[in-house]
Design a protein around this ligand. Structure first.
Ligand SMILES: Nc1ncnc2c1ncn2[C@@H]1O[C@H](COP(=O)(O)OP(=O)(O)OP(=O)(O)O)[C@@H](O)[C@H]1O
Ligand SMILES: [Mg+2]
Length: 300
């Protein structure tokens, strides 16, 4: 990948981030089509260009992030077949996900999603017990399930500065387990749709319940508005988000509507055209704020 000329302010904050420290980040919203996979494609790619080692774990069976990472890898390693011997689910079932990461570049790795991931909730129930939300031991058993997932993530995260989860649009074991093991949760919403409701529900109900009933350690890094079109509805939705979550919790740098983003699934995350370099530069302020928020959180 060619190097994109990022602003000095981005390079500066990147240089202030503590090295050799892993951060696990869950990108979530229980509504679909709000930009989760887009963020999980772009942020780690730019962070990897800045020199950070990044891993993306795709927990969404739609495999949108997975597909575009495969396209990218095939483009960059034309002469080499991308093979993976074991699925993420098989790794989870066998008790280790070490060695499953596929390298796109030296700094950017991913663990692909596959259809067998469907059995993740059933596997956890079989191993640790089946519980219903009304059961008195519900959170106790769920915590055992998610703690198991934590041991698998702990085993791989030390190789990376940032580990990102792409998640399906649901409040399910996928998004709860990924929040449970995360240091930060980044909530995405789209400025023209009712995806703000999904953000409110995820933060207000799903994450609050996890936090109140389990030994979680995540903090909400912020709510990131996506696909901003500079229309009245976009501004209204962002103001609504600020009123609901508090101004400081909403990213002030937002992801604009960028046509090139829609080409990523077909073309991959390449960086050899003017238009792609332009896309990365447009996303750079969001990465800068992301790193600033991490920096401030770690300073506390
Ligand atoms: N900032 C943007 N500019 C232009 N297009 C965008 C932007 N963000 C997302 N899109 C497009 O909107 C669609 C949905 O985005 P994305 O797949 O990232 O959402 P998602 O939250 O991951 O969806 P799902 O919940 O189904 O996984 C995609 O076609 C994507 O290319
Ligand atoms: Mg997605």
């Amino acid at each position: 990948m060619k190097y994109v000329d990022f602003p000095n302010s981005l390079e500066l904050i990147a240089s202030k981030i503590t090295p050799n420290k892993s951060r696990v980040i869950n990108v979530a919203n229980q509504k679909g089509g709000v930009g989760k996979s887009t963020i999980v494609r772009l942020l780690p790619t730019i962070l990897s260009m800045l020199g950070f080692k990044c891993l993306v774990i795709d927990l969404d069976m739609q495999a949108n992030a997975t597909k575009s990472f495969f396209v990218t890898r095939n483009y960059l390693h034309e002469d080499e077949l991308t093979i993976f011997e074991k699925t993420l689910m098989k790794g989870i079932a066998e008790g280790s996900i070490k060695g499953l990461a596929i390298d796109i570049t030296e700094n950017l790795h991913f663990i692909p999603s596959a259809m067998d991931l469907e059995s993740f909730p059933t596997f956890l129930s079989k191993k640790f017990g089946l519980v219903d939300i009304g059961d008195s031991n519900y959170y106790q058993v769920k915590e055992l399930q998610y703690e198991y997932f934590q041991t698998l993530i702990d085993e791989v995260k030390s190789d990376y500065d940032f580990v990102f989860f792409d998640t399906p649009p649901s409040a399910s074991d996928f998004t709860k387990a990924s929040s449970y093991v995360s240091d930060y949760v980044l909530i995405a919403f789209q400025t023209q749709s009712d995806s703000l409701d999904g953000a409110v529900d995820y933060l207000g109900t799903t994450l609050t319940n996890l936090n109140n009933n389990m030994n979680t350690h995540f903090q909400v890094l912020g709510v990131l508005p996506n696909q901003y079109n500079n229309k009245k509805i976009d501004t209204t939705t962002i103001n609504d988000a600020k009123n609901i979550f508090g101004e400081d919790n909403v990213f002030s740098n937002i992801l604009p509507n960028i046509t090139e983003i829609q080409n990523i699934p077909r073309d991959g995350l390449i960086n050899d055209s003017y238009w792609n370099a332009r896309m990365y530069k447009m996303v750079a302020p969001v990465v800068e704020e992301f790193l600033t928020r991490i920096y401030l959180a770690e300073e506390e």
